[in-house]
Write a protein that binds this ligand. Structure first.
Ligand code: NAP
Length: 670
């Protein structure tokens, strides 16, 4: 194949590499695959373009419009995924390795598209949490809100997942309304460049939303400001170099670091070889060692087992590892392909040498496979005295390498696991919740994710090594102290939280919502006569009073079967610290409320979708009366035909005391 000349994409143009070109060869055949050079001359110009063109265009789009854009990008990747699979073989990845990268990457975009649509408003301001009352009279309140940063996100990615690594950062960034400059790792930049090209070709991105640097980043970081974000994935060494950049400190540039970590898997003391968790542990350790040839930041590097089980665990691991077929990633029988390059293999071999000072190899030979390609067989080491060792807890061999070690009691397991100084993930194989609780309380603070595998969840478990878009990815300390993904949490890294203070009218109006104390519009028509587009926050309906009799309560009790003593037995109810005697059912109040506020004839309200935040605040006794107030609070379009309206509902008694509050959701025709 003719080598690809990898291009950068800046200020809306593809740029040929200039200057001396460096070769990237195939990980499995050593053939020349691609060449990189210095593509970009004007890094400050790229940042300016992102801030002046991309940022304003993205910020003019609502969350829903950005979500639709992400969906279109994901669809474009999926439509041309075979081009990416083909290139990805050259990185040494098998088809299943590439599936994680390519379809996992597109899947992450799809998830963010759907979260944007379902969990965010069709707006550019994001309300964060509840209104905080700040005054006795209710005229002064607080509300946290988030708005998009006005700078640029600089994404510096590792080589191991050229597509997923790019898309897992782009999903939250673009949804937040922030443009990005992507700098993929050189070793696999040909896959990243191809995926990037697919996104540009899709034609759905505004100008300046996305730019690409293939090759060095020049003086890019010198031009950053406090509105920019650097999100880095790679080694601890590079992260430290970048974090020390004077502009990053001076301008308080947000810096998200996802670094390497010495992730552990722990076999619980209860998980003897007869228990299913033993086999699950062995399978997972081997899977983590061999998937992507162990080049995963989340891979299991340390396998901890009870001292009494170490020989059994070693034998089981050896047996499974012996069956791993290493070779041509295109061959369907191959279980593990090559490392990304022979340089990477040399690096891994050097790290194995360091580990060998404290551990011995019990499976595999790091020096076999010296023909073409960057193949390396899985290497299992065993360290019998991990408490006195250092390297096994510190040295990351970024390849198919793990160290087996014994622990002596669960507290010792916690101590050893935490010697990793902070990890992305640990997994625990136990059926005993007490073991799991001890590990959580002892090691939780050192881990971004904790996977507990047992016989009940194993079949459906997504596994130790897979970050998921809905869960946070990142870990403390050694792992970088960063956090990505985690659903909407990941979006907020690219937005500024502002504590807004003012009157309910002002804050409600600027956040496109209604806040208690704000203006109410009580005139006809009834709110249920209004289509989605016609309902405005503040539109209110107030019912007349309705009396609640003992007959109502008894009728409801026998009709529903809810004859709980508090509704039926005067003495028993009075003995309850909450009541003075028999009280109306909460659900009876809700049912009466619906009877009071509905406008029954067919109309734009299509369905009751549920209610949120229901609280019963004061008992209602026989003879009391109630009224309901319904006020439109906010709305979110759902489909072309309908949207969701959120109503603030308040039930009050004859003395105007609040007896219950909740938020009602209706689906209204557009
Ligand atoms: P790396 O050598 O640290 O490189 C990471 C990225 O930084 C690459 O894009 C690299 O570009 C760039 N870079 C290096 N020096 C730079 C500089 N002075 N200025 C700007 N950019 C610079 O890491 P890697 O070898 O690609 O990846 C493997 C490591 O990443 C492993 O340690 C692994 O554990 C870690 N990792 C962590 C995560 C996570 O989520 N926590 C995920 C994947 C990998 P060039 O390639 O052009 O040098």
């Amino acid at each position: 194949m003719k080598p690809l000349k990898l291009m950068s994409y800046a200020e809306g143009r593809w740029l040929e590499p200039a200057g001396a070109l460096n070769d990237i060869v195939s990980a499995s055949t050593d053939e020349l695959v691609a060449q990189v050079g210095q593509g970009i001359r004007d890094f400050a110009g790229m940042l300016h373009y992102a801030r002046s063109a991309g940022g304003p265009a993205l910020r003019a789009m609502t969350f829903h419009q950005r979500a639709a854009m992400l969906k279109a990008l994901a669809q474009a990747i999926m439509a041309r995924k075979e081009e990416l699979y083909e290139l990805s073989y050259e990185t040494g990845a098998t088809r299943s390795d590439s599936w994680i990268d390519i379809e996992g990457g597109a899947g992450t975009l799809f998830t963010y598209a759907s979260k944007g649509r379902r969990e965010l408003p069709d707006d550019v301001v994001l309300i964060d949490g509840a209104v905080e009352p700040l005054s006795k009279g209710g005229t002064f309140v607080g509300q946290h809100v988030l708005t998009s940063l006005q700078g640029c996100a600089v994404h510096i990615n590792a080589f191991n997942f050229p597509v997923w690594g790019m898309l897992e950062k782009l999903g939250p960034t673009l949804l937040a309304g922030v443009p990005a400059i992507v700098k993929p790792a050189t070793a696999s930049a040909y896959v990243a460049e191809a995926a990037f090209r697919i996104m540009i070709d899709a034609g759905v991105l505004p100008d300046g939303a996305l730019q690409l640097i293939v090759g060095p980043t020049g003086d890019l970081l010198d031009h950053l400001t406090g509105q920019d974000v650097v999100s880095f994935t790679g080694s601890a060494k590079t992260a430290q170099t970048l974090q020390r950049h004077p502009v990053i400190a001076r301008e308080s540039v947000r810096f998200i670091a996802e670094r390497d970590s010495l992730n552990a898997a722990v076999l619980g003391p209860d998980a003897t070889p007869e228990q299913p968790e033993f086999e699950l542990f062995v399978k997972e350790v081997v899977r983590e060692m061999t998937a992507k040839a162990g080049q995963k930041c989340t891979a299991i590097r340390r396998a901890l087992v009870p001292a009494a089980l170490i020989d059994a665990a070693q034998a089981a691991l050896q047996e499974r590892l012996a069956k791993v077929v290493v070779g041509d990633p295109r061959n369907e029988k191959t279980r593990m392909g090559a490392l990304v390059s022979t340089a990477q293999r040399s690096d891994v071999r050097a790290q194995i040498e360091k580990l060998k000072r404290e551990a011995r190899i019990v499976c595999g030979d790091p020096n076999r496979n010296n023909g073409h390609g960057a193949f390396l067989e899985p290497i299992l080491l065993r360290c019998d005295s991990p408490a006195g060792a250092t390297a096994v807890h510190e040295v990351e061999a970024f390849g198919p390498v793990a160290t087996l070690m014994p622990y002596d009691g669960i507290d010792d397991a916690v101590r050893l696991v935490n010697r990793g100084q902070g990890s992305l993930v640990m997994s625990l194989f136990t059926y005993d919740p007490h073991v799991a609780r001890t590990i959580l309380t002892g090691a939780g603070a050192f881990h971004g994710r904790l996977l507990i595998v047992d016989r009940d969840c194993a079949r459906e478990s997504t596994g130790h090594g897979s970050p998921l878009p809905m869960l946070v990815h990142g870990g403390p300390g050694r792992a970088g102290g960063g956090e990505e993904l985690g659903g909407l949490r990941g979006v907020m890294h690219y937005m500024q939280r502002t504590a807004l203070q003012g009157s309910p009218r002002m804050l409600g109006t600027v956040t496109h919502s209604w806040i208690r104390g704000g203006p109410e519009e009580r005139d006809a028509p009834h709110p249920f006569r209004l289509k989605f587009g016609e309902v405005q926050p503040g539109k209110t309906f107030v019912s007349p009073l309705r009396k609640i009799t003992l007959e109502d309560i008894e009728h409801f009790a026998h009709f529903t079967g809810d004859t709980f003593y508090a509704h039926m037995d005067e003495d028993a109810a009075a003995a309850n610290p909450f009541f003075e005697g028999r009280v109306a059912h909460g659900y009876l109040l809700l049912a009466f409320a619906a009877g009071l506020f509905v406008d029954p004839a067919p109309g734009p309200v299509l369905a009751n979708y549920g209610l949120d935040n229901l609280r019963f605040l004061k008992p209602v006794n026989p003879g009391d009366s109630m009224r309901v107030q319904l006020t439109a609070k906010s709305k979110i379009p759902r489909k072309d035909e309908y949207g969701e309206v959120r109503w603030a509902v308040t039930l009050t008694n004859q003395d105007d005391e609040i007896v219950a509050t909740y938020e009602l959701l209706t689906m209204n025709a557009i």
